[in-house]
Ligand binder design. Structure first.
Ligand SMILES: C[S@@+](CC[C@H](N)C(=O)[O-])C[C@H]1O[C@@H](n2cnc3c(N)ncnc32)[C@H](O)[C@@H]1O
Length: 277
């Protein structure tokens, strides 16, 4: 396929009705298309397979709020808390309502008071966080207990989500920013103390087997906090052993120390890349 044909196909897939409004990363579409053109017997099969992979990678079925309304709700909540001298009740309530709209963050809501405290008891409280494939997880910042000078860098491939998170960061007064960046195509250039890569490894490895370890190697952080779901999306099947084997296999060749923390629905791995230096 010529470069011009590939460019046209990238535009066509990224411009599909379900992706046009949200602003999907063209890097992601191109990378998936190139891989499928190499793997599949012909162009038609490659395009079909690329569409299926994009559907899984974008995972729009996990849920999204109305982002414009969400910004107004957050503005109102921050104004309420400001008027009540430093309260965080309204902001926390609004963040929780918004997190409830996406499956990954909804599952964590009952645990929020202890989730990050338990993780940071292992890693130390970070000053700089990278949240990789973040979706709405940065809305949990009010529960993280980060220091005042904290920097929070968030990466996703959904422009609407990224714009919304930047509006939230401004209201929250936290440094860093959200970026529309496919971190499997362009590794984060920012360095930090802790990188979160929560509940996405299994999907990334489906996109292309072996894609995650080079990302883990490239991350300029001491700690990587990985997680996998322990149940299927419906909650009916246990996935713990399957995904645990996947993570153990992934990390087998690295001399990194791993501390596991098991929560309801999610198994966390705090990976210390410097443990044996
Ligand atoms: C299952 S959600 C997980 C969200 C979050 N990590 C959590 O656990 O709450 C996956 C998110 O990763 C994003 N994503 C998938 N592949 C990505 C990539 N290669 N680079 C950046 N973001 C990605 C998707 O757009 C989606 O918002």
């Amino acid at each position: 396929m010529t470069t011009d044909n590939l460019d046209a196909l990238v535009k066509q897939l990224a411009g599909a009705k379900k992706y046009r409004a949200i602003g999907i990363s063209e890097d992601t579409v191109r990378d998936i298309l190139i891989t499928e053109l190499e793997r599949q017997p012909n162009e038609k099969a490659a395009i079909q397979s690329a569409k299926r992979k994009l559907h899984e990678v974008m995972a729009l079925y996990l849920g999204d709020p109305d982002y414009e309304r969400a910004v107004h709700e957050l503005e109102a909540a921050f104004a309420t808390d400001k008027a009540t001298a430093g309260e965080t009740n309204a902001v926390k309530a609004t963040c929780a309502q918004l997190m409830a709209i996406h499956d990954s963050t909804r599952e964590r809501l009952p645990l929020l008071d202890t989730f990050y405290a338990q993780i940071f008891a292992v890693t130390g409280t970070p000053e700089t966080v990278l949240d990789i494939a973040c979706a709405l997880n940065p809305l949990a910042i009010p529960w993280m207990g980060l220091p005042e000078n904290a920097q929070f860098y968030a990466y996703d491939i959904h422009q609407q989500r990224v714009d919304f998170l930047n509006a939230y960061f401004t209201l929250q007064g936290i440094g860093g920013g959200a970026f529309n960046r496919d971190i499997l195509v362009q590794y984060p250039v920012e360095s930090g103390d802790v990188a979160f890569l929560l509940k996405e490894i299994h999907r990334m490895e489906k996109r292309r087997k072996g894609i995650v370890l080079p990302l883990l190697d490239a991350l300029e952080v001491r700690w990587i906090v990985l997680s996998s779901p322990t149940k299927s999306r419906t909650g009916r099947r246990t996935m713990k052993d399957t995904y645990q084997q996947q993570v153990q296999g992934l990390l087998a060749d690295r001399d990194w120390s791993i501390t596991e923390i098991e929560f309801e629905n999610e198994l966390i791995y705090c990976v210390d890349k410097n443990a044996h230096e």
